[in-house]
Design a protein around this ligand. Structure first.
Ligand code: SF4
Ligand code: FES
Length: 329
């Protein structure tokens, strides 16, 4: 099937969504996402950040779709034409979506453990407006423990449902979900139950904001002062591949998380033993520094990032015929 997104045509198999097709083209045209997660079935369709404009439905029916559609939930049709970054209407509508997502969100970034790796922070910066027009009181909740290692800050939750899908699909016996409706909806455990099973920690990794945080890492360190390393071990749990990211400060492992791809989504969920109980360097085979996106604040002060930059600058200088000042005469 042929689909054109922001003027770029691509062939994709039947059943591909607009979002997946856009990701195949590249990050320049891929819409941002907050609730979709490729490894979680039926995720997506909640947040509306991934909206796009379909200017031609298909070759057979070239009519445009009457309003923006959620690209994570809309499959491409042969001959479909889509606009994302090339549509001022989509950009304006997305700004509205961001405003809605931020309505009740507190400005916690200076004290939030998710700062530096928060999808909502990036979304607000890239697609939001500088000011809010909301004048009413924000809803407030006290932070609660929903398990001995997980803290829930409901104030920060954007109701993306990812954590609910993790517990539904990855863990045994889901004990939490969304209670109440609309403005009153909140994530909660059923009657003060604790989330306690061998894959429960993954809710922390999929949460796009700082609503679910790792109690063993809370307030220990800003993430950009740590040194992330990819590592693995032979995990005894048959469902866990033991592929992780270690967040180090010197020789100390401050945190263990699952690895995320370029879209900030987890592919191999990890068990709680790997996440919480293996905090010694000798527990792991360290593969090397994590490739962090150069634009991420986490890449600051990392030597591999500076080396990469140096190689790029030297290449450019050579191409432009600059004299190599490091060369001995
Ligand atoms: S707690 Fe996090 S993962 Fe769960 S619904 Fe809220 S924002 Fe999404
Ligand atoms: S990512 Fe598509 S609706 Fe949330």
């Amino acid at each position: 099937m042929k689909v054109t997104i922001d003027g770029i045509e691509i062939d994709v198999p039947k059943g591909t969504t607009i979002l997946q097709a856009a990701r195949m083209i590249g990050p320049e045209v891929a819409p941002p996402t907050m609730c979709y997660h490729s490894e979680l079935k039926t995720s997506g369709g909640y947040c509306r950040t991934c909206i796009v404009k379909v200017t031609q439905g298909s070759t057979a029916n070239p009519n445009p779709m009457p309003k923006p559609v959620a690209s994570c939930r809309t499959e491409v049709m042969d001959g479909m034409v889509v606009q994302n970054v090339t549509s001022p209407e989509v950009l304006e509508a997305r700004k509205g979506v961001v405003e809605f997502l931020l309505l009740n969100h507190p400005l916690d970034c200076p004290v939030c453990d998710q700062a530096g790796e928060c999808n909502l922070q990036d979304l607000a910066y890239g697609h939001g407006a500088a000011n809010t027009r909301y004048e009413f009181e924000r809803r407030e909740f006290d932070p609660i423990d929903i398990g001995d290692k997980i803290k829930l800050h409901m104030n920060r939750c954007i109701m993306c449902f990812r954590c609910v899908k993790v517990c539904e699909q990855i863990t045994d016996g889901r004990v939490h979900g969304v209670v109440h409706r609309g403005e009153n909806a909140e994530i909660s455990t059923y009657i003060e139950k604790a989330i306690d099973n061998d894959f429960s920690g993954n809710v922390i990794d999929v949460c796009p904001v700082g609503a679910l945080t790792d109690k063993t890492f809370r307030f220990k360190q800003r993430v950009w002062f740590t040194n992330p390393m990819d590592a693995h071990r032979n995990c005894e749990n048959p469902k866990c591949k033991g592929l992780v990211r270690l967040w180090l400060k010197g020789d100390e492992i401050l945190r263990v998380t699952a690895r995320k791809d370029q879209w900030d989504e987890v592919h191999d969920f990890i068990c709680n033993t790997c996440r919480y109980d293996k905090k010694k360097k000798t527990d792991w085979v360290i593969e090397g520094p994590t490739q962090v996106n150069r634009h991420s604040v986490i890449s600051q002060n990392h030597y591999n990032h500076l080396n990469e930059l140096k190689v790029q600058v030297m290449k450019q200088q050579k191409a432009l015929g600059f004299m190599d000042i490091n060369k001995q005469p």
